[in-house]
Design a protein around this ligand. Structure first.
Ligand SMILES: [Zn+2]
Length: 337
């Protein structure tokens, strides 16, 4: 009997440990009292003790369903991140090392925060629900990096998300980097783009189609960005200027870019203007690293510390350009014809 009570107590402690600061001996004592003194069947005693604890600590059954944490509270020293792309099963617990890619307006009053987390493998939606009006874990900031232990996976219509709850442990990490060098290439996907207008989706549309939601209604939402390569002579780093940074770097507002594209009946004209403005300029940019990219939070345009390096890089960019345009320079007779 004692073993049964101990097992039952251990089961309850495991189940509720993530929410309630309660030790197994306490639970065991409560169970023993009911079973030994009041002759309550063990199963019934278990239920009573468990419900009492939940009531006492104001934990709802719904939270509990979400929070069947396997290891109780988060132990950062055992932090063992799962790559985001490997999350493919409902109801599993993982640690993740991620950046906050995007936050958007919660669609439900009990939702404290919702957005997109990403590592170098993939991005995944996350959500934080309030518990009886309380936010169970610290809220995340866009563009910041975190090591988060104990998130639980959820599947909805074949898509996975993770939930942060009272058993999650959040540690902010610093992933801000500074990149300085010549803007050596403007990559495809730069300029005036359209994003999917569906709720919780910011995917870039290709031919007005979202990879997730199909044809975009009402044509999608215009946005502006520069995907570029900044080369310091040793390392070529992919960077992304968001709308704000792009507007500042190019001196062209989104509305202006839309007008230009409308006049020309062609959005690629915007990418051309951007390229003419930023290519071969010397930049110092600062922002969080997200996978292969550095997201530009701040930048300054400089003359560069070393004219010699600048010249070498500019020549290299020009050579690359020449090569990519089918050796235009090496065939002067054809070009002249
Ligand atoms: Zn979409």
């Amino acid at each position: 009997m004692t073993t049964d009570v101990a097992n039952a107590a251990s089961g309850i402690a495991d189940e509720l440990g993530a929410h309630i600061d309660v030790e197994q001996p306490e639970i065991e004592q409560d169970l023993e009292e009911l079973v030994d003194d009041y002759k309550v069947p063990l199963e019934e005693a278990e239920r009573a003790v468990r419900n009492d604890l939940l009531d006492e600590h104001g934990i709802s059954q719904r939270e509990l369903n979400q929070d069947e944490a396997p290891t109780g509270d988060g132990h950062p020293e055992e932090f063992d991140p799962t790559p985001v792309e490997a999350i493919d099963t409902d109801g599993e617990w993982h640690d993740v090392a991620v950046d906050v890619v995007d936050l958007w307006e919660p669609s439900h009053p009990d939702m404290a925060q919702v957005g997109l987390l990403g590592d170098e493998t993939d991005v995944i939606k996350f959500v934080i629900w309030e518990n009886n009006g309380q936010v169970p874990v610290e809220l995340l900031e866009e563009g910041e990096s975190y090591e988060i232990s104990n998130v639980v996976t959820e599947e909805y219509n074949g898509r996975y998300s993770v939930e942060l709850n009272a058993s999650s442990h959040v540690v902010q990490t610093d992933n801000t980097v500074v990149v300085e060098g010549v803007l050596a290439a403007v990559r495809p996907g730069s300029g005036l783009i359209k994003r999917c207008p569906a709720e919780d989706c910011t995917r870039v549309l290709q031919n007005n189609r979202c990879a997730e939601h199909g044809d975009a209604e009402e044509g999608g939402d215009f946005d502006l960005r520069i995907k570029a390569v900044i080369d310091d002579g040793a390392v070529a780093q992919n960077v992304v200027f968001d709308r704000e940074a792009t507007e500042a770097a190019v001196g062209m507002a989104l509305e202006e870019a839309k007008g230009l594209a409308m006049d020309e009946l062609d959005t690629s004209v915007v990418a051309d203007v951007i390229e003419a403005e930023v290519l071969c300029q010397y930049y110092a940019v600062e922002g969080p690293r997200l996978g292969e990219n550095v997201l530009v939070d701040e930048f300054s345009e400089r003359s560069g510390p070393d004219e010699g390096l600048l010249q070498t890089l500019r020549e290299r960019v020009e050579t690359d350009d020449a090569e990519s345009t089918v050796d235009a320079d090496s065939q002067p007779s054809e070009a002249a014809a």
